[in-house]
Design a protein around this ligand. Structure first.
Ligand code: HEC
Length: 391
């Protein structure tokens, strides 16, 4: 019962996170497109700066881009803020459910820093808060005056965050944490910097004053940042399925190249000037560089050069029994993982054969045994891999 409840909680959180995320990103892409598609109105109308005509589902739609002045406030105004909020809430619960419970074993790597569960949780939450404070400071125009300085400081901060996270946490934990931090910055941008500015202008217009539209420009910067974060965050969320990336020797460089390439692709997507699409070139170079870097995985190569003992199935049984089975049995004996991880049970020859491709991926990238809690040696790894590859 407890085990199926676990699966259902994870499933429901994942599903809600996905649906909320699709609505958030969907509306965000729609507004990016809208913003870049406005043309000056054919017949000039008061306060209307641009108009767009669309056809969808058998009807025609006309959208005006305008400023609001006293006496012109619509009765119903749609805000688009719950998509972001729900995405964050479901995402944070999912993260906490998977990475904070069960001794935070997915977050901690004892070989890097022997954190306790409490320390890992505290440190990761501290990083979320610290990164927001720093980012918000860097983009406070009254403190850092030049935009280019803010861009450089943000990039340096990002590199520092990625590098230190992979030194402290497991590869997978570090990647997801960077994603959680970026997602949190996006949400805080919405609630702390974008919405209050818009609400202030609305209050001014309601009180019969001309709203201070310089506030709108400040909000716009944060909203633009959010669009740059989208691709890197999406990539990070998916990276979870690729142990060879998050556990690669150069994982922090891979994460930086992927994030910067994602942001450059976003730039090409949004820019109105065809000349600025040059950003696709470094993005493609970055992505090609990744193919080369990942083709050469030092950890895997080292294993390939480790002395291999040809094992028979009884010897393999002993390795799997001592290194894997406490978390991959019908009735696990591990104190944290009561249910076989990803339902992978490794008790019979048949099951090993069935899961061999996944086992190879997990063992060569050193993701399994999880956090090497069962202290598997390189010789055992190399010999097990040799056996599995021949199976
Ligand atoms: C301390 C517990 C633990 C040990 C020991 C352990 N695993 Fe796992 N394993 C897990 C957990 C937890 C998951 C599920 C991870 C997730 O949710 O993505 C998992 C997932 C897997 C998967 C599925 C991966 C996927 O993404 O679908 C494979 C294959 C696997 N383990 C193989 C092994 C092998 C082989 C060993 C021994 C060499 C081993 N594990 C040792 C906890 C463990």
């Amino acid at each position: 019962m407890a085990s199926s409840l676990d699966l259902w909680i994870e499933y429901i959180l994942r599903f809600s996170h996905l649906v909320a995320g699709i609505s958030w990103i969907g509306s965000s892409f729609y507004f990016i497109w809208l913003d870049s598609s406005f043309l000056p109105p054919e017949k000039s109308r008061r306060n209307v700066e641009g108009e767009v005509f669309m056809v969808h589902g058998g009807f025609y739609y006309q959208v005006d881009k305008k400023k609001i002045f006293p006496g012109e406030i619509p009765k119903i105004l749609h805000w688009f803020k719950w998509e972001a909020t729900l995405t964050w809430i479901t995402g944070f619960f999912l993260f906490a459910f998977l990475y904070y419970l069960k001794g935070a074993s997915l977050l901690i790597d004892q070989q890097k820093v022997a954190l306790s569960q409490g320390q890992a949780i505290g440190l990761s939450i501290g990083l979320v808060i610290g990164c927001w404070l720093l980012y918000d400071l860097i983009w406070n125009a009254s403190i850092v005056k030049s935009k280019i300085t803010s861009v450089i400081l943000s990039l340096l901060g990002f590199v520092g965050l990625v590098y230190s996270s992979v030194q402290i946490f497991s590869g997978r934990g570090a990647f997801i944490l960077v994603g959680v931090i970026m997602g949190s910055l996006m949400l805080l941008n919405v609630w702390v910097r974008i919405l209050p500015g818009q609400a202030k202008m609305l209050r001014e217009a309601t009180a019969g004053q001309i709203p201070d539209y310089s506030v709108s420009l400040k909000s716009k910067i944060r909203s633009v940042h959010n669009t740059y974060f989208i691709f890197p965050v999406l990539f990070i969320m998916l990276s979870n399925h690729y142990p060879l990336i998050y556990n690669h020797h150069w994982n922090w460089i891979l994460l930086i190249i992927l994030s910067v390439s994602g942001a450059l692709v976003r730039h090409a997507m949004v820019t109105k000037s065809a000349n600025e699409r040059w950003t696709l070139l470094p993005a493609s170079v970055g992505l090609m560089a990744l193919v080369f870097v990942t083709a050469h995985a030092p950890a895997v190569e080292k294993l390939n050069h480790t002395a291999v003992t040809a094992l028979d199935s009884a010897q393999v049984r002993v390795i799997i029994d001592t290194r894997c089975v406490r978390c991959h049995a019908t009735h696990n004996t591990d104190e944290n993982f009561k249910v076989a991880g990803k339902n992978v049970i490794l008790e019979t020859e048949e099951q090993i054969r069935q899961h061999k491709d996944m086992m190879i991926k997990q063992v060569e990238s050193k993701v399994m045994p999880l956090g090497n809690l069962t202290q598997m040696t390189d010789e055992e790894r190399a010999s097990l891999l040799d056996y599995l590859r021949k199976l």
